[in-house]
Write a protein that binds this ligand. Structure first.
Ligand code: BG6
Length: 487
């Protein structure tokens, strides 16, 4: 990418469209943090899937501080796959194991890095993928160490969220990484961008002529995006206390989804054009202030291990976003995220305006409900159009009928997000990764909510969060839509 960062406008880039759609395919994969939790839960199962589909063609070199042998490492990979993949095929696991080697050493030691360079030399690698499955606090050090042995010019890095913990630290982190890697060699993973259903938003909006004409302030009354999880923090108290729902999922997953829903059509297929449109719409968002935010905490959170008894960290957040663009000015966008809620779902509900004249309520029956377009982005992904149809009988009454598609049933097996993202990093495609200016823009949007978060309201588990969440709805007769019932 050739954009120049504009210091006066954090988050703004000038002339950013040129991202190389494809870079050379990688010839090695280096996994930092190879014995850690992310590798165990996500990366080995994804490597297995790539191997099974014949798309893994490179050696995989793990780097870790554990005092493990190559054999221990291979056993660990095998265990991870057997735990996370139903009916794993033993011959595929064998082929994957044959690719695995471990470099064991301390990240601070010079010897670890020369050893890694020697290993890459031995397999003739010139374009490696360096996957940072390590805590973000280690990204700067590892990037610098790669540069110290000249490996920064022999590959690209993959970093996992969080990309900073506020706007200032995100800018700082990006500066540090840019001192070592150019922007188009930094692949930032937000795993929501790897989900087929999230990517489908682009197809839904721009491949269906019937959608785009109504996708604006003239026809849309409001948009609600919910990401609810029924699980709590699952023993991750220490981690969650330093994060909270706004940093954990709202700033990244949720705002990426909103950007895809709200942006203008990209100028062309180059991934840079897509990122440009996301950056534009995020720049048009007003920052979330205390008046448009409600935070909640589930009852029992303070009893979790690693959580202090006076914790004010939110496990729920609801916010009203305003997008000052020609398309969306005046349309409230509501977002809601939370743990310990009644159901797990990720769903965007686009509520259309009522027809200009009601022809059907002469008989005293209630007016028709508004049309809804529900986009299910989590489990059971698909789309439902809530339409009005005539109620059988002599009167001209209407009732809601759902026109519904379940994507898995209609289209078949969905690929796992991590498999796709790992595959993309290996072939060098940036399309599904997050660009720096977009990430910084999302921090700018949430920054006031981090600086002055306001009160925190308790809610019971298995509910839909604190009742105060309704206070941010512009029209006090409105309510939050419940996600589609589980099927
Ligand atoms: C992660 C968050 O990024 O996303 C977790 O750190 C959250 O707290 C998870 O549970 C949700 O991802 P998914 O794919 O299960 O919706």
């Amino acid at each position: 990418m050739t954009g120049n960062f504009d210091e006066q406008r954090p988050g703004a880039y000038l002339g950013t469209t040129q991202m190389h759609a494809h870079q050379p395919e990688a010839d090695a994969l280096v996994l930092f943090g190879a014995t850690g939790d992310l590798a165990k839960r996500k990366l080995f199962p994804s490597l297995y899937a790539l191997e099974r589909h014949g798309t893994l063609r490179v050696p995989v070199i793990g780097v870790a501080r554990s005092t493990w042998t190559d054999e221990d490492f291979r056993m660990h990979a095998r265990d991870s796959i057997n735990t996370h993949v139903d009916g794993a095929d033993a011959t595929v696991v064998d082929s994957l194991e044959a690719r695995l080697d471990l470099i064991q050493g301390n990240y601070a030691d010079e010897a670890t890095w020369t050893c890694l360079r020697d290993a890459l030399d031995r397999c003739g690698s010139t374009t490696a993928v360096f996957y940072m499955a390590i805590p973000p606090s280690m990204f700067p050090m590892v990037a610098k160490k790669l540069a110290s042995v000249g490996l920064n010019t022999r590959g690209r890095i993959v970093v996992e969220k969080p990309f900073g913990r506020d706007l200032a630290s995100a800018i700082e982190l990006n500066k540090t990484l840019h001192a070592v890697f150019p922007e188009d060699h930094i692949f930032r993973i937000d795993h929501y961008l790897g989900k087929e259903a999230v990517e489908d938003l682009l197809v839904f909006r721009f491949a269906n002529t019937m959608i785009e004409p109504v996708w604006n302030r003239h026809y849309v009354r409001s948009v609600q995006v919910t990401m609810s999880e029924s699980i709590g923090i699952e023993g991750r108290g220490n981690f969650y206390e330093g994060v909270g729902a706004i940093r954990d999922v709202l700033q990244n997953h949720l705002l990426q989804v909103v950007a895809l829903l709200a942006m203008e059509p990209p100028a062309g297929p180059d991934p840079g054009f897509l990122q440009d449109e996301k950056a534009k719409v995020i720049n048009a968002m007003r920052p979330i202030d205390a008046g448009s935010l409600v935070r909640g905490q589930y009852v029992g959170y303070r009893d979790e291990k690693g959580v202090p008894e006076n914790s004010e960290v939110e496990t729920f957040a609801a916010a009203r976003l305003e997008i000052d663009s020609w398309r969306w000015a005046g349309v409230p966008w509501y977002v809601r995220v939370g743990k310990g809620l009644a159901e797990s779902a990720t769903e965007a509900v686009v509520e259309l305006r009522s027809p200009p004249r009601m022809l059907f309520d002469g008989a005293g029956s209630p007016p028709p409900e508004r049309n809804l377009i529900r986009l299910r982005l989590g489990k059971n992904d698909g789309v439902t159009f809530a339409l009005q149809a005539k109620t059988p009988g002599p009167d001209l009454d209407s009732q809601e009928v759902d026109v519904d598609v379940d994507f898995a049933a209609a289209l078949g097996e969905r690929q796992d997000a991590y498999e796709r993202l790992l595959g993309d990093a290996l072939i060098g495609s940036l399309r599904r990764f997050a660009r720096q200016d977009v990430v910084e823009g999302t921090w700018r949007v949430v920054q006031p909510a981090l600086d002055e978060p306001g009160p925190i309201f308790p809610y019971f588990r298995n509910s839909w969060g604190p009742s105060e969440a309704s206070s941010i709805l512009v029209n006090n007769k409105d309510a939050w839509y419940l996600p589609s019932p589980a099927r």
